[in-house]
Design a protein around this ligand. Structure first.
Ligand code: 13P
Ligand code: SF4
Length: 324
């Protein structure tokens, strides 16, 4: 055990501010095994900003928001992509780099937004609003993307919606994101009643209480939060935009109105910034653990596949987004 801890000490140094030594002792063996499996399988690990620090900082090759992970997935040269994120992210990677083996460590890592809408729902919306462009959040299945004109993420939603040049847009399935973008752009949105189960739980009262208890705090909110929560924040943006804001050094004390691990990961990189942490956990993101990643690489499971005809149509919507 002592040898293992000595060998992994340089990795532990990266995360010692947020992971106690006793916890690291439980992680070290899986971390070493995963690093060796990545070499033998010629694999890379893509990790979303909501992954826990030992995954985000110690075993991942590419990290970022949904947009960055999609962009980077296109140019991966390794044979295998392991998605430390949720299922729609793995599907997007497979759409954009179809010859690679894309693995999900846990197939049950879903998303309440992706669950909220089906391809049949999108077809009905098109029938009801003929000619109105359909902008679909990437937090959806490939089958829903295949029914859409263009995808967006929280990082590019405004640019995509404005770029369409239409005074009315069907923006699905995140009702709050659509309402927040409508407010910013003045474009009329036809929405769908999908919500992120993590961000919908934040309230304006919570933000006001945080401000009262922490004078001078800067509040950063994700646009999946309800509009009345975003209205109480100093800044709203994707997880990458929040990270950029913290990196800019504009705030000495911040609160991120988003998933819990985001603050832990940024605290590692910004030791002088104080983070107040009233967060909500995403149970789907938290299904991805070191043992699950290790098993995934050992057994080469669970492979993400997409029916080729559907993949062609879904990819068009993602490609249009990336071309913007
Ligand atoms: P972004 O990282 O694109 O901001 O999305 C957040 C999210 O909900 C991913 O699950
Ligand atoms: Fe889905 Fe929300 Fe979890 Fe992101 S944080 S995966 S949007 S449920």
């Amino acid at each position: 055990m002592q040898d293992l801890l000595t060998r992994t000490a340089p990795l532990y140094d990266r995360v010692r501010r947020v992971i106690p030594p006793a916890e690291w002792a439980l992680f070290a063996d899986d971390i070493e095994a995963i690093l060796e499996l990545k070499r033998s399988r010629n694999a890379v690990i893509l990790a979303h900003n909501y992954q826990t620090p030992e995954i985000f900082h110690c075993i991942s090759d590419i990290v970022g928001d949904s947009l960055a992970l999609a962009r980077e997935a296109q140019t991966v040269e390794a044979d295998v992509i392991v998605m430390a994120g949720v299922h729609f992210m793995a599907e997007t990677a497979k759409l954009l780099n179809p010859t690679k083996t894309v693995l999900m460590p846990d197939m049950d890592a879903g998303c309440s937004l992706a669950e909220s809408i089906t391809p049949a729902d999108v077809r009905l919306l098109r029938e009801r609003y003929p000619g109105v462009p359909v902008v679909t959040y990437v937090n959806t299945s490939a089958a829903v993307k295949a029914e859409s004109d263009v995808c967006c993420t929280s990082g590019n939603a405004r640019r995509i919606v404005e770029g369409l040049g239409s005074d009315r847009v069907i923006m699905i399935p995140d009702e709050f994101l659509a309402q927040n973008i409508a407010k910013e752009t003045g474009i009329r949105m036809i929405t769908w009643a999908g919500h992120c189960e993590v961000h919908e739980r934040f309230t304006p009262e919570e933000i006001r209480r945080l401000r009262a208890e922490n004078p001078g705090i800067v509040v950063l909110a994700h646009p999946e939060c309800p509009p009345e929560v975003v209205a109480e924040a100093d800044f709203a943006g994707s997880t990458a935009h929040m990270s950029d804001f913290v990196s800019s050094g504009k705030a000495a004390k911040v609160v991120l109105i988003t998933e819990c691990s985001m603050s832990d990961n940024l605290a590692v990189q910004h030791p002088t910034v104080e983070f107040v942490r009233p967060c909500n956990l995403c149970p789907h993101m938290k299904r991805i653990t070191l043992p699950a990643i290790r098993r995934s690489l050992e057994t080469m499971s669970h492979e993400v596949t997409i029916e080729p005809g559907l993949a062609v149509r879904a990819r068009q919507a993602v490609d249009r987004m990336l071309a913007f």
